[in-house]
Design a protein around this ligand. Sequence first.
Ligand code: 1CP
Length: 349
Amino acid sequence: MSSANPTQDSPFLAALRGQEVSRTPVWYMRQAGRSLPEYLKVREGVGMLESCMDADLITEITLQPVRRYGVDAAIFFSDIVLPLKAVGVDLDIKPGVGPVVANPVRTLEDVAAIPDLTPEHVGFITQAVRNLVAELGPTPLIGFAGAPFTVASYLVEGGPSKEHARTKAMMFGAPDVWDALLRKIGGIAAAFLQVQVDAGASAVQLFDSWAGALTPADYAEHVMPHSARVLAAAGELGVPRIHFGVGTSNLLDLMGEAGADVVGVDWRTPLERGIAMVGDRGVQGNLDPTLVFAPTEVMLARAAEVIEAGRAAKGHVFNLGHGVLPSTDPAQLQRLTEFVQTYPLTPRG
Ligand code: 1CP
């Protein structure tokens, strides 16, 4: 029937909504990208940001891992700093480094100089999402954005950082600048998610990859309200929301309370513990991404443990505990995907 929603039988969307599933759905953060030879081929001679601004390339790169693995969801190919680039912030994504910002943000004037995002800034995103939804059929597309804290870290530090020292110095020492910056980025993130959902994305993920650098008290006071605004805006669009961070074992409850339907758990936290912390929400995760380098039977035994642990959650989406590492053998991920998708969820006695 042409009027039927093609994603209506998706196990991924059912798990996000806490509905019963006959098998555990699976996708991988960074499933597109450097671990795939077909990605390296289409990216030859094309810069990272350039490829994130070309609707045909975005479409092709997003589809590649879906074709290869038959995963239960596609993740939109872009980057957390792309919306900043689109509104005119002078930045680049340097090979082997990551996002680099020409003029790091330090003052209220710097914040005020960043324009808000409108759909006109990202017409190529709307086009790519429309193309993808048409191509993907029953497989849902996940839209995403970077969360205010993680994106702020790139803007304040000027590039990747381990300690986030300047970022936290602003958070502790210049609360007015911090608040203005996180509001600005949060507004851009919400608008970026809306563009993706309006064009047909079925779910969203907010990536707060570096939130694990914060204590629960500092997260609750300085970061959570901003992430909560982004998640609330996405919630109003009617799509399920995943909220992910790394090293967040003491923040998972707050990340859920910020307004997530499902909380992403990294591999350092036992899934059982993550499930207990998020309460009446689903979880996503959390196989150690390096287990793909172990013998296949070791990887699959650990995957079985993750699937079994996930059964105690309101909903469970299988994933790695962070992104696919570039040196991953696609054949191993193929075996993992088949294993998760055929793992029998027999009733427990
Ligand atoms: O040339 C290349 O291939 C560059 C590598 C690369 C890729 C493939 C970067 C640079 N970004 C991406 C795509 C990307 N980034 C995706 C899309 C596809 C997918 O998941 O399959 C997504 C969701 C992101 C999000 C992203 N970018 C995050 C959050 C997720 C995470 O991994 O924690 C972060 C922190 C970034 C910043 C970034 N962009 C690129 C790099 C190498 C980094 C990290 C730099 C650092 O260590 O701080």
